[in-house]
Design a protein around this ligand. Structure first.
Ligand code: ADP
Ligand code: MG
Length: 683
């Protein structure tokens, strides 16, 4: 793959300085450039006359330059060129900013093709259109790539570099699909695919190029899953004897849902199989994942093994510690706590108890994986709110025991298709049922003009004895933030002194010392504060059943899945609960997006919508899968291709398990590269 490894800086028109701009986009070699797919395309093949062109439409117009271009300067010192163009139907005014060369490039009386976004006011105008002279080629029938750019790097420059890369790498384009698979599934050849993903001949060619790359990626992922599964299948785990969970279930203050029992059953079976468990428990906020964790800790203890339960924050660790004590101590288990903020003495005691086997279940934060911590007989590792942890942290906890069983729990619902991609190699239990009696959280998306009413509503609920969360997007003001944001610190002060002087307003945010945070939370739990102003530190797990209203300020700043997580902090008790999404000045664009939350309480549905609108962002695992984020929406959307690609991968691996056949060599290379990258992160 010599050609593709060549560095971009050697391309014509690039050089050292400009190659640094490419590097900012993560592009170093020609291969990177080839894989740098356009984010969108400009269809300049649609022509209209000036009078036909509709306001806000991006369209091509063939017109003549009617007067000499005039160069002037804006107040901000930008060059500005204005020029009038005409066709048979009418006239339009063009404005070019920072492109002084246009003054000489456009000749009076010549005809050009212009492409840009039409603005139809008193006059028709277009800002910064692109153009070609008709006596040259015009841009008849062309589809142009639009790349993600960085400052000082233009579309033309990127396109020209890509063009050169395509020409230079012609015969040796990166390709993991064996020829036989291309043929069986009617996929286009790799040369055609690279050419047309960048410079489509037409939209049909673009579609077939896309389908091919999609298929190729899914195929590699499927092959990878199958490899990982085989690696894992050879890891022998401690065999836990299934125990009678009757005693455990009987001690619960409620009866478990069928979905909870099913998840527990799945995990118990894994632990008894003789192989190491590697299971993800996925369930919406409030679905009762903690119970599954407790049941497994009980099983481990009955088998004489220690269990470690790792939570992402001190707040959560302590809350879980309390509920673990309440549930498991009466059953004879010894529960310990280990967090970074424990005093030196308490820490030392906890460590000693762990190493001497005087603790059965330890609950904690990442302090559980710090270097001085040793276990007597660690047999089970559980991480809560999985998406908050790096894979490395998880792997490190795994290393504290001899291949302990691993259970990870996540409330971030992952669309089913995406989870197929991400967890082809993990076993998954889904808790798709909420405990009985939960009420739908009534959710409203409102703008600034409902602020008074919202405050009145806060007051009314507090009057009824309830408590309220008010969530802000930032802690304090900072130059980098847009200035319409509510900042938790100032806002808490303002609410206390100006709006609710007769009530108690608390504050909790991530920059507080753990001890302050605990105090603030404890005051809220105890009901001493009625209103808690908070940042997203309360996003996961915090459980205050008396809280019945959440107001989210600048709701447009949050992702849908994140808002769904946040609102899961209310509606945890017997009271009808509400969530008010307050849109800030910049929030109007998000109106429709936020409406998704008003319409449904189903985390999966919300995750699908989020994925469609924003891409996977920080979906659990998305970052570590080796697939560029921008590709996920597309990947997840196409269930049929996922199925075919898996089928193809299984067939290839079925016939050549080690991928030693020459035609499978490129696939083997890709799989090895990804595995090497993920080294040590797979447990
Ligand atoms: P999450 O899945 O968000 O971690 P939790 O485990 O914190 O959910 O459970 C949410 C709340 O529901 C807790 O107060 C828990 O005690 C309660 N709960 C869990 N399972 C049941 C059940 N089967 N019936 C009633 N309440 C339950
Ligand atoms: Mg939880």
């Amino acid at each position: 793959m010599g050609g593709a490894e060549k560095e971009i800086k050697y391309l014509k028109g690039v050089g050292e300085a400009r190659s640094r701009l490419f590097a900012k986009l993560g592009l170093r070699t020609l291969r990177d450039l080839l894989r740098f797919f356009p984010r969108d395309y400009e269809d300049r093949s649609v022509f209209k006359t000036i009078s036909e062109a509709v306001d806000c439409e991006s369209v091509s117009v063939r017109a003549m330059v009617a007067g000499a271009p005039r160069l002037s300067r804006t107040n901000r010192g930008q060059d500005k060129v204005r020029v009038r163009i005409v066709d048979d139907s009418g006239a339009a005014e063009l404005t070019f900013f920072n492109q002084a060369y246009v003054k000489d490039a456009l000749k009076v009386g010549e005809t050009y093709d212009f492409y840009g976004k039409i603005k139809r006011d008193r006059v028709v105008s277009v800002t910064n259109p692109v153009f070609e002279r008709v006596s040259g080629d015009g841009f008849d029938g062309q589809i142009f790539p639009l790349y993600h750019l960085t400052a000082k790097l233009g579309q033309r420059q990127v396109a020209s570099a890509v063009r050169q890369a395509l020409n230079l790498c012609g015969g040796e384009l990166p390709n993991a699909l064996p020829r036989s698979v291309e043929e069986r599934y009617g996929l286009c050849r790799v040369e055609f695919a690279y050419e047309n993903i960048h410079f489509p001949a037409d939209f049909a060619a673009l579609a077939s190029a896309r389908r091919r790359f999609l298929f190729e990626e899914l195929f590699v992922i499927a092959a990878l899953s199958s490899f990982r599964r085989r690696l894992r299948a050879s890891v022998v785990g401690t065999r836990f004897e299934p125990c009678d969970l009757g005693e455990f279930y009987a001690a619960l203050p409620f009866s478990p849902t069928a979905a909870q029992r099913r998840a527990v059953g799945d995990a118990v079976r894994d632990c008894a199989s003789g192989l190491v468990m590697n299971r993800l428990v996925q369930g919406d906020v409030g679905s009762g994942k903690t119970l599954v964790a407790m049941a497994l800790c009980y099983l481990a203890a009955k088998n004489g093994a220690q269990a470690a339960f790792m939570a992402p924050t001190e707040l959560l660790a302590e809350q879980h510690y309390r509920s673990f004590i309440a549930m498991l101590e009466p059953l004879g288990l010894r529960v310990g706590l280990l967090t970074g903020s424990l005093g030196a003495k308490a820490k030392r005691e906890a460590r000693e108890a762990l190493v001497f086997g005087q603790i059965d279940v330890v609950v904690g934060t990442h302090a559980l994986i710090s270097d001085g911590v040793e276990y007597n007989n660690l047999g089970l590792v559980i991480t809560d709110e999985q998406h908050r942890f790096g894979v490395n942290q998880r792997a490190k906890l795994g290393q504290k025991g001899a291949s302990p069983h691993v259970l990870v729990m996540s409330a971030t619902p992952i669309p089913r298709t995406l989870s197929l991609i991400l967890y082809g190699d993990l076993d998954v239990s889904i808790i798709d049922e909420l405990p009985p009696g939960r009420q739908k959280i009534e959710t409203y998306s409102v703008s600034e003009n409902k602020r008074e009413r919202t405050y009145n509503f806060v007051r009314k609920l507090v009057g009824e004895g309830r408590q309220v969360y008010i969530v802000c997007p930032s802690i304090e003001d900072n130059e980098d933030l847009p200035n319409d944001l509510k900042h938790a610190r100032e806002y808490a002060d303002a609410l206390q002194s100006d709006v609710f002087p007769d009530l108690t307003v608390g504050l909790v945010h991530g920059a507080m010392k753990p001890k302050e945070k605990d105090e603030a939370m404890a005051a809220f739990v105890a009901g001493a504060t009625q209103i808690l102003v908070a940042t997203t530190v309360i996003e996961v797990g915090v459980d205050v059943p008396n809280a019945a209203l959440m107001v989210v300020e600048n709701a447009e700043r949050f992702g849908l899945s994140q808002l769904h997580q946040l609102r899961g902090r209310v509606g945890r008790g017997k009271y009808q609960s509400y969530c008010v999404l307050m849109r800030g000045a910049e929030g109007e664009k998000s109106r429709e997006r936020l409406n998704t939350l008003c319409g449904t309480n189903d985390g999966f549905e919300i995750a699908e919508a989020d994925l469609r609108q924003r891409g996977p962002g920080d979906f659990f695992g998305a970052r570590q899968s080796g697939i560029p984020a921008s590709r996920f929406a597309e990947l997840a959307a196409d269930g049929e291709t996922i199925i075919s690609a898996r089928e193809a991968a299984n067939a290839v691996l079925g016939a050549d398990a080690e991928l030693t056949l020459p035609e499978n060599a490129p696939l083997r290379e890709r799989v090895d590269a990804i595995l090497a990258q993920a080294e040590g992160t797979i447990n």
